[in-house]
Design a protein. Structure first.
Length: 452
């Protein structure tokens, strides 16, 4: 279900520059570039108190992964309603997308519905950018030294559940939109989505709908820090594909030669499930999975010493890049497994094999590191932070894959310096959050051909 609302704020006219945004790097006057970036940082500094208060309000509202987040999204909705945005609220169920090629079962499971908010600029422009972040947080694990829903500031760090992952991104995105609006600059589409557990609660349904619309989106920023914890030092411009598989092989034991003694069976008369499964894994790695990383994480087989193991379960993970997708890989491995087992059939005794996906199943995506959009983003970070960022391409199940794969546009993930991801005492650096806000402003302007 989608609910669209229209605010009554005064309309503003925005004109998007027609020149290529790429000319901003290494060609524009350096002093002018520094002045523009300084202006963005000064505007973000002016909003520091509002940024801190907004993030504090978001932290105080529980929205753990797997929950609807309706109350937190109401705060986002109300904030955007004061800006020249048309608000689209949707109630999304992951089960409706279980046959989608980009679907990954959410973890924890649950079908919501989950509330997602998209703010569309009221002005009708030919090209625009988008910023998104996720409203759902990690679970409230034990070990917190403070109340996770009562944010506190110590040594310029705000502690609270979701400060860095990813309500800090939500707050920075909203403040950046306000700065752009107040300075009569082109506004990005802004999206507050469910992104934990694979993105099937929010990122997948929202970007799939946008794909079918005349959206005009040319580039996307994901206001979410790289999981390295280094903040704006790292840009996620690529995510790996990952497929978790479970292999089950069933063999048999030979007839007992002594009454009541399983161990009296002749080993040569049995079908060793462990040995067969490992032979298949070796065949798979050498002949099928060239260029794909394989990790065997768990093996459970047999039930006693002295007898042929008649069954085994192997859990393994594949990591792969953009020339593959998980659905095709799964089908190929399943077919190869059956062919391999068929060749080993002996008389009336046959090995049985089953291979199925269990856990992560996510496709890769990559935006060009030296593309024009990337260069503008990198230049913005360099000017505002004083150091050049690096590419971090080692993450998987990252939500930048949705705009890359579904919209066919470059997408980049950036965020603030933070710590204790996925655990107690999560924090975000406030100075870095201000800088993130400035980078969002500067990058959106650079992508539109404007200067602040």
């Amino acid at each position: 279900m989608i609910i669209k609302t229209k605010n009554t704020s005064t309309r503003r006219e925005f004109v998007l520059g027609s020149g290529s945004a790429a000319i901003g790097l290494g060609i524009l006057n350096q002093a002018k570039s520094m002045t523009n970036s300084s202006n963005s940082l000064a505007l973000a500094e002016d909003k520091r108190s509002e940024l801190v208060n907004l993030l504090s309000s978001l932290i105080e509202i529980r929205s753990q992964t797997g929950e609807s987040a309706d109350k937190a999204q109401l705060l986002v909705n109300n904030y955007l309603s004061d800006l020249p945005y048309r608000i689209e609220k949707s109630m999304d169920r992951p089960s409706l997308y279980r046959n989608h090629p980009e679907f990954m079962p959410p973890n924890p499971s649950g079908d919501g519905p989950f509330v997602n908010i998209v703010g569309w600029p009221e002005n009708n422009i030919n090209k625009t950018s988008a910023i998104f972040s996720h409203i759902d947080t990690h679970t409230e694990d034990s070990g917190w030294e403070t109340d996770p829903y009562k944010p506190i500031i110590k040594n310029n760090r705000m502690y609270g559940l979701g400060t860095s992952d990813d309500k800090g991104g939500v707050a920075a995105m909203l403040i950046a939109a306000k700065i752009l609006s107040e300075n009569d600059k082109p506004l990005p589409v802004v999206m507050s989505l469910h992104g934990k557990g694979g993105g099937s609660r929010g990122s997948l349904p929202v970007f799939e709908r946008i794909r079918k619309q005349n959206n005009n989106i040319q580039s996307v920023l994901y206001a979410h820090p790289a999981e390295t914890g280094r903040g704006l030092e790292d840009i996620k411009n690529a995510v790996l594909g990952v497929l978790d598989l479970e292999l089950r092989v069933r063999g048999w034991r030979g007839p007992q030669m002594e009454i009541g003694s399983i161990d009296s069976s002749d080993w040569k008369a049995g079908g060793d499930a462990i040995e067969t499964a490992m032979q298949f894994m070796d065949y798979l790695e050498k002949n099928i999975l060239q260029g794909i990383e394989l990790n065997i994480g768990k093996i459970v087989g047999g039930d006693r010493i002295g007898s042929v193991p008649d069954k085994v379960t192997i859990n393994f993970r594949l990591k792969f890049k953009s020339e593959h997708n998980w659905m095709d890989l799964l089908k190929k491995i399943q077919n190869e497994g059956q062919l391999f087992i068929d060749k080993l059939s002996q008389l009336k005794n046959e090995f049985k094999i089953n291979i199925h996906a269990k856990g992560y199943r996510t496709n890769p995506g990559e935006a060009k590191w030296n593309g024009s959009e990337s260069l503008i983003l990198r230049d913005s970070i360099t000017e505002i932070t004083g150091s050049a960022p690096k590419s971090y391409p080692n993450h998987y199940a990252g939500d930048i894959r949705y705009p890359i794969r579904l919209l066919g546009v470059p997408a980049y993930g950036i965020g603030s310096l933070g710590g204790n991801f996925y655990g107690p005492n999560e924090w975000v650096d406030i100075d870095d959050l201000v800088k993130l806000t400035a980078v969002l402003v500067e990058t959106v302007n650079g992508w539109s051909g404007k200067s602040i």
